[in-house]
Design a protein around this ligand. Sequence first.
Ligand code: 9Z3
Length: 332
Amino acid sequence: MESVNNSMDGCDDIQGVLSTEVKSFFDSAPPLKDYDHFSEKLKLFISQNFQRSENQNSTRIVCVTSGGTTVPLEQRCVRYLDNFSSGHRGATSTEYFIKSGYAVIFLYRRGTCQPYSRNLGEETFLEYFEPSKGTEIQVRQSHDEEVKNAVRDYHTAAEKGMLLKLPFTTIFEYLQLLKLVALSMKCIGSGGIFYLAAAASDFFVPWDSMAEHKIQSSGGPLDMRLIPVPKLLSVLRNEWAPSAFYISFKLETDSEILLNKADMALKKYGMHAVVANELTTRKEEVVVVTSNKKITVRRCHQDEDVEKPLIELLIMQHSQYIQQKQLGNAYL
Ligand code: 9Z3
């Protein structure tokens, strides 16, 4: 009996430390600008998608996170650390989720790839158009199909109310937004998915210990302390939206350690699936790691997106998860 009590106390201690770290992260973070505006948009988006579904149990909404977060080094930020991610994975996955009938809350890093326009090169964008009669502009014949498809698909998704885009830049904004989305999605229950493709910073400079003004180079070598970002995955999974289906990503550059690390993340944070990807091959193949199997997903052709078979597989797993939940509830 005594040992049981001791181990329970140990668990409580860990939970206690975790929740203190999480609380102090949110307490000290600069408040999210546009919080009320985002909160209203979320409420409306979720209730409209509730109404659109045949019944409340069939509402399917996925929060796709995309792009890397920054860590500011100064409060009036001139310099920052960044995380690698073009946002291609998130933008492409969003399109396939919408195609399969899911409404998507797209939490993205400003300036990264966007759904439907990911293939319209930013730098060559003006090349897609040409002046025609008078003041009119027309799409060049050579790009006609891709531009029209992109515009048509984007507007269809937007008009049906299936895409809500919320932007972030810093790790502070990202985690506050993720919390807001999770709490708003709690009511969706098992119909909700978190698809966490964003590359979130592991270390940060706490706001209250950050220099206010631009750090001066005349001060010699820069000595700065970065501390670990609290592991919010457990809080998200267990407290903010506990019935949702969770998919996180594991990125490594050393393929030798990739699957082990994905397995560890699966168990540690209670994810339903972890998508393991290696930096250089991430657009060609990924491995979906679940509690009882590892499935390699490859694109069949160079022009295909690996996200197509990936999202098909994950949606199948999500449907099984919903069924199990419903069966479980029926037996209660
Ligand atoms: C990923 O692994 C994404 O697939 C990529 C996509 C960022 C590689 P792109 O945006 O690339 O298409 O250029 N995302 C998660 C990366 C990450 O930082 N995961 C953490 C980790 O690996 C866990 S949350 O430790």
